[in-house]
Design a binder for this molecule. Structure first.
Ligand code: PBG
Length: 326
């Protein structure tokens, strides 16, 4: 059997596609794979704001189109970039065992930590979720937008106005940036400080629903624990209407009992309003729904609406805007 695997051209996308393909071929050595590079609107317009090019979905839509058309058979995405609702003819055939799901602060200076950053230090992120959770513990920080792929952002840390930037551990690890010889100065942000983006650290393997032969392979390589965890996180996001722009984070962990413990956060843009809850349930989808309902009871919808109004007001005259995720 031979399949075409689509990937974006960014270094991270190519790296993680190759890692996933190697993993599949290790279990199915007879599977032949051809890599097809797809340039998305999001990649071509990397210097524009995400909101102006159609949000995070812009990276995904063109790849899904090629999948639906049959030009490729498999797409490998960072799950956190994949909207909770995907086209009807497509499905997530497998999720792979996830990397460290947490966020990471990279510092310009050696031996720096979040606690030790000087008053008013400049932190680069275009993610409202990261901004809000950082400002909750350090209201004095100055948040400055930053875009571009991982390499570009690390370069900007050293060449730009930033004292620190925030990136996901997973991408940094896959690209080898957290190995000792790179000598980057970093601190992993614990879930108690910064809940990650829904699905962060996991790779999703998307294919056509009707592609039974590929689906049977994907079922075999699926990491069931990761699937349960991201099902819970995505169920929560779906209930909160994750297509909109507001700070939302979640982290699920499947316990030894099989139950899923799910923590979630919804905040105002600067973290002064902060709704945080944890639920545990044996059904991941239900866990997500329980959590969403708990937070709604505490006023989540008002916090979200106020945040969206703030974003609308502050981004009217700017070319660079904040997005749900960066
Ligand atoms: N939207 C950008 C993006 N999409 C996936 C990752 C890497 C982390 C992952 O796979 O979850 C990143 C970079 C980042 O947020 O630092």
């Amino acid at each position: 059997m031979k399949i075409k695997v689509g990937t974006r051209g960014s270094k991270l996308a190519v790296t993680q596609t190759k890692q996933a393909v190697a993993f599949i071929q290790n279990k199915f050595p007879k599977l032949e794979v051809e890599l097809v590079e797809i340039t998305t609107k999001g990649d071509r317009l990397a210097h524009h704001s995400l909101a102006s090019i159609g949000g995070q979905g812009a990276f995904v839509k063109e790849i899904e189109y090629q999948l639906s058309q049959g030009n490729i058979d498999l797409a490998i995405h960072s799950l956190k970039d994949l909207p909770t609702i995907i086209p009807n003819d497509l499905t997530i055939g497998a999720v792979l065992k996830r990397e460290n799901p947490l966020d990471c602060l990279l510092f310009k200076e050696e031996k720096m930590t979040l606690k030790k950053l000087p008053l008013g230090a400049k932190v680069g992120t275009s993610s409202l979720r990261r901004q809000a959770q950082l400002l909750k513990v350090r209201p004095d920080l100055e948040i400055i937008p930053i875009r571009g792929n991982i390499d570009t952002r690390i370069k900007k840390l050293y060449e730009g106005p930033y004292d620190a930037i925030v990136l996901a551990c997973a991408g940094l690890t896959r690209m080898g940036f957290l190995e000792q010889e790179t000598q980057l100065n970093y601190e992993v942000l614990p879930a108690t400080t910064c809940l990650p983006s829904i699905g962060q650290g996991a790779l999703a393997l998307e294919c056509r629903k009707e592609d039974a032969s590929l689906l049977s392979i994907l079922t075999e390589i699926e990491d069931k624990k990761t699937r349960a965890e991201v099902d819970a996180e995505r169920s929560f996001l779906r209930m909160m209407d994750g297509s909109c722009t507001f700070p939302i984070g979640a982290y699920a962990e499947q316990l030894e009992t099989g139950e899923v413990r799910l923590a979630g956060v919804i905040t105002s843009y600067n973290g002064t309003e902060y709704l945080h809850e944890t639920v545990t349930d044996k059904n991941p989808i239900l866990a997500g729904q329980l959590l969403a309902n708990l937070l709604k009871e505490q006023g989540a919808e008002r916090v979200i609406q106020e945040c969206q109004e703030h974003v609308r007001k502050t981004t009217l005259h700017e070319t660079t805007t904040l997005s749900k995720e960066d």
